[in-house]
Design a protein around this ligand. Structure first.
Ligand code: GDP
Length: 442
């Protein structure tokens, strides 16, 4: 049932000062009143309540905040019960709420209701999860922009234009004696191209979207003892890997994520940091090849105080940054004139800022554009590609002077794909509405 009343613990499992139990649905206020001895809740007010069991014993003292629909996250009446944050007490409060008439919410059901009640489109619902899982400042910024509708509004702008085109084309279906006039065809083609431009610009954000959501897969490579583990530790800001002047002490597999600049680096294959020199030459190469093949970024570390060693690095499509570590020591003449590298010292922390800037420059657009950053996810990417293919087919049919029915099939396919991104657009409804007011101009 759509409007039954659901409840769930909204805060993370575990012990904390406060836990929040969310109750949403037409009976939300009544359910909470029932388990708090009839205390009446006023919209927009926080009310001190005692949640009591069936025998009238107090389970917990809570603060109940009542959001009357539609001015709530879900669009329905919602009560948030802030109780003490113990695992048992929270569970008992939830059980009592359920006993008083709510049912347990399914995963994502609050957001689903928000979507179904028109509080947000699908891209915004997805953004809620992106905000929660953001691992870097920029990922958070992008998620917030998406939550404000940055992706949905661009898709809807494209849909608006496309509906106009479809309405024109469908008008010709209804008046079969008319051919689409050449100047009308030109105007429609221009509109299709405009839509394709909007969609391509959105598609261009796909790589950025993956990097922001999943992090930059990063491999640290280099000869033994140059400071690879030390670099990992510097990035992590604490002694995660055991640093030793004897090579080969890092045995356990370490995979870590670090925030660097606005990005999140996912450090892969960090157990290989202490491969022995022999291993680097033979078996170790296989390992670095694998790490390199998976990586978006190779951080090649070298010791700037020692002679330059030639290591055959794996062929990979990953971006590379050469890091000359130990710049607190006198520089070996081999490195003179090495201008493309970043000099840093894991011992003193020098060069961290330069490293962050270099990584950002490789993966992110100009800093001036980052405020408006909103990047698509894989689901959007798939739908956008389908829409672009359908658009290309519609364009070709229009150019070839095919009958309007053929053009229309492709336009509708494009509209359906775009509609699946926001989940909002019922093309049938909109076309009917637009077409009803549409005039052929005669
Ligand atoms: P790895 O084998 O490449 O992982 O190298 P380690 O991180 O284990 O470092 C090897 C040695 O170099 C250790 O004794 C570190 O303390 C030292 N080391 C690492 N970074 C620096 C640095 O920036 N300056 C100096 N002076 N020593 C460093």
């Amino acid at each position: 049932m759509q409007n039954d009343t659901i409840a769930a613990i909204a805060t993370a499992p575990g012990t904390g000062a406060i836990a929040v139990i969310r109750v949403s649905g037409s009976q939300a206020a009544q359910v909470v009143q029932e388990c708090t001895g009839g205390r009446v809740l006023q919209p927009r007010l926080a009310t001190f309540v005692r949640v009591r069991d069936a025998r009238d014993c107090v389970i917990d003292e809570c603060v109940a905040t009542f959001f009357a629909g539609p001015a709530s996250f879900t669009g329905e009446d919602t009560v948030e019960l802030s109780c003490h944050g113990g695992m048992l007490v929270t569970r008992r409060v939830l059980e009592r709420v359920l006993a008083c008439g709510a049912r347990p919410a399914e995963p994502g059901e609050f957001s689903r209701r928000a979507f179904e009640n028109g509080k947000m489109d699908l891209t915004q619902a997805e953004a809620v999860m992106d905000v929660i899982s953001a691992g870097s400042d920029l990922a958070l910024r992008a998620a917030q922009n998406q939550l404000q509708g940055a992706i949905g509004s661009k898709v809807e702008a494209a849909v608006d234009i496309l509906i106009n085109v479809a309405a024109h084309v469908e008008a010709y279906i209804d008046f079969p004696e008319e051919d689409i006039a050449p100047d009308t065809t030109d105007a429609l083609l221009a509109q299709l191209d405009e839509v394709a431009g909007i969609l391509r610009r959105l598609l261009d954000t796909a790589d950025e979207g993956r990097l922001l959501r999943e992090g930059v897969r990063t491999a640290i490579v280099g000869a033994p003892n140059v400071g690879k583990s030390s670099l990992l530790n510097m990035l992590l800001g604490y002694e995660r890997a055991i640093v030793s002047s004897t090579a080969g002490t890092t045995r356990d597999t370490i995979e870590e994520s670090v925030a660097l600049g606005g990005l999140c680096l996912r450090l892969i294959d960090t157990a290989g940091l202490h491969e022995s020199a022999d291993a680097i030459e033979c078996a170790g190469m296989e390992r670095s090849r694998r790490a390199g093949a998976e990586a978006d970024l190779l951080l090649e570390v070298a010791d700037v105080s020692a002679p330059r060693q030639v290591l055959s690095m794996p062929e990979t499509g990953a971006h590379r940054l050469l890091l000359l570590n130990k710049c607190d020591l006198p520089e070996h003449p081999d490195w003179a004139g090495e201008t493309g590298a970043i000099r840093l010292s894991c011992a003193t922390g020098t060069g961290r800022v330069e490293l962050a800037a270099a990584v950002e420059a490789l993966f992110l657009r100009e800093s001036g554009e980052r405020d408006s950053l909103a990047a698509i996810n894989t689901r959007h990417r798939h739908a956008l590609k389908q829409a672009l293919e359908a658009l290309a087919a519609a364009r070709a049919a229009l150019v070839a002077g095919e009958s309007p029915e053929f053009v229309d099939v492709d336009l509708r396919a494009a509209l359906d794909s775009l509609g699946s991104i926001t989940g909002r657009i019922d093309t049938e409804d909109i076309l009917t509405r637009v077409f009803a007011t549409f005039c052929l101009g005669k």
